[in-house]
Design a protein around this ligand. Structure first.
Ligand SMILES: *[C@@H]1O[C@H](CO)[C@@H](O)[C@H](O)[C@H]1NC(C)=O
Ligand SMILES: *[C@@H]1O[C@H](CO)[C@@H](O)[C@H](O)[C@H]1NC(C)=O
Length: 189
């Protein structure tokens, strides 16, 4: 029994490590609650064009694209999929651009790619950002999962204490019997 519970706790722990390793490897993770606004940053130093793509269910969608003006002090929007929800802003020398998505919904989850261009014709892509939308269900699930592990640890602790108690009790009984036996033996001799 203890072994089984211990194995479960251990494997849960391993599973948690592996899943966090996987997500940390190729992309950075961002978690937001449904309805919140999110800002994703991209480096645009020495680049002239920028485009944000959203990968969801194997479909790559261009969200927004922009290019620097002649002086390189402003971003000119070339394309915006939905200007009521998507906005791109930049610092004064346009070295860092930020995409803001307002009122995120479940369909905004997935990977975001920021592509930038300099004089060369090809686009350069940074590490993608994985956006995860949390609703109440995800939060509840996490509480339940955490509670499950906590419970397993508690049961493990409890069985150890009980088993320890039984062993101790048996030992005591054995001791009694041995003492009784010894007393009888000495009585007989
Ligand atoms: C743009 O976003 C708003 C708000 O979420 C939505 O109501 C509207 O349908 C969207 N428009 C397009 C063209 O997707
Ligand atoms: C989210 O963005 C919208 C539109 O840009 C704005 O009206 C709203 O105040 C923002 N909400 C928060 C919580 O920042």
């Amino acid at each position: 029994m203890e072994k089984v519970i211990f194995f479960c706790v251990f494997s849960c722990w391993i599973m948690q490590i592996t899943s966090s390793d996987l997500s940390a490897g190729g992309s950075s993770d961002v978690r937001v609650r449904m309805g919140e606004n999110i800002t994703l940053n991209c480096n645009m130093r020495n680049r002239y064009e920028v485009a944000w793509y959203h990968l969801r269910s194997e479909e790559l969608v261009l969200l927004i694209s922009a290019e620097k003006d002649k002086l390189g002090r402003k971003l000119l929007i070339k394309f915006n999929l939905n200007s009521t929800r998507l906005e791109i802003t930049a610092d004064s020398w346009v070295t860092r651009v930020s995409l803001t998505i307002s009122g995120v919904t479940e369909s905004d989850s997935g990977h975001y790619f920021c592509g930038t261009k300099s004089d060369a014709p090809e686009m350069h892509f940074d590490k993608p950002i994985r956006l995860e939308i949390e609703d109440e269900v995800t939060v509840t699930e996490r509480v339940l999962m955490f509670g499950g592990v906590g419970l397993a640890v508690f049961v493990f602790f409890l069985t150890t204490v009980i088993a320890g108690g039984i062993i101790y009790h048996r030992g005591q009984q054995k001791g009694w019997r041995a003492a009784k036996h010894e007393a009888l033996m000495t009585h007989h001799s």
